[in-house]
Design a binder for this molecule. Structure first.
Ligand SMILES: Nc1ncnc2c1ncn2[C@@H]1O[C@H](COP(=O)(O)OP(=O)(O)OP(=O)(O)O)[C@@H](O)[C@H]1O
Length: 236
């Protein structure tokens, strides 16, 4: 199977601080890849680098077998959509207005409506709250709007940074069930999750990040060794 996203020898960082060291990663179409591991080891930086917010210092990123465009806006236009950590919603706008902002490049009103309907089908709670301002939503609802706004951009690849952060277990389950449903719609997802047990059911490929490198990678069939890996890296 050919990769939707492919990284070879990717290095990146901030100013003089190198965070990512020689990252090789492939993600196939229609699958969920999970970037796992403790805080501060470069998971967010990797998503930002794929999205173009951090410059690729060296190495190569290809998307649909072509080099990624240079700017974040062009990468988003090509179908690489980042759902950042923290929700970064427009606080004074309603749920629906925030969602529509995600589809700002879509000029076909019918397509926009269909995308909105798809978000509401996945997150029925948001349909009930479509006129409610973002600043009055619960943490879980805000996260749903963040993911929904990413869906509105109709990308082939969603990069989702720690969707479970700060949420109650029941809400986390709902969010991950939604992500699993999204991936079966021929959309690929690369999700950051500190706690791997939350993604074992939906991930098909796992990448453990340690010190800005991929220290372990495996698919579902290799999950039998997962417990040892968790103990080593997360003390779990
Ligand atoms: N804007 C920034 N400027 C300078 N250094 C940064 C910046 N953002 C992150 N870093 C540093 O890069 C390293 C990796 O951080 P990163 O956020 O990618 O890790 P992470 O594994 O995603 O952890 P977390 O889940 O806490 O975000 C850390 O040492 C962090 O301090």
């Amino acid at each position: 199977m050919t990769s939707l996203l492919s990284l070879r020898g990717v290095c990146s960082g901030y100013g003089h601080l190198q965070v990512l060291h020689d990252i090789d990663l492939d993600l196939e179409k229609g699958t969920v890849g999970a970037l796992i591991g403790p805080n501060g080891h470069g998971k967010s930086t990797l998503l930002r680098t794929i999205a173009g917010l951090n410059k690729t210092w060296s190495g190569k990123i290809t998307f649909r077998n072509a080099p990624v465009p240079p700017t974040p806006a062009d990468r988003a236009g090509a179908g690489i959509i980042l759902v950042p950590q923290g929700d970064q919603l427009f606080a004074d706008m309603t749920v629906e207005e925030n969602l529509i902002m995600g589809g700002y490049t879509q000029s076909d009103i019918l397509r926009l409506r269909q995308s909105l309907d798809a978000v509401y089908a996945l997150f029925p709670k948001l349909a009930d709250r479509r006129k409610q301002r973002a600043n009055s939503l619960s943490g879980g609802e805000r996260r749903m709007v963040g993911i929904g706004r990413g869906m509105m951009a109709e990308g082939d690849l969603m990069l989702i940074d720690e969707p479970s952060l700060g949420l109650a277990p029941l809400i986390i389950e709902q969010i991950y069930a939604a992500l699993a449903a999204l991936a079966t719609e021929n959309r690929s997802i690369l999700v950051v999750e500190e706690n791997p047990s939350r993604v074992t059911n939906i991930g098909s490929q796992f990448f453990l990040m340690d010190g800005g490198q991929i220290a372990w990678r495996g698919d579902r069939h290799e999950l039998s060794g997962f417990d040892d890996i968790l103990r080593t890296y997360l003390g779990g």
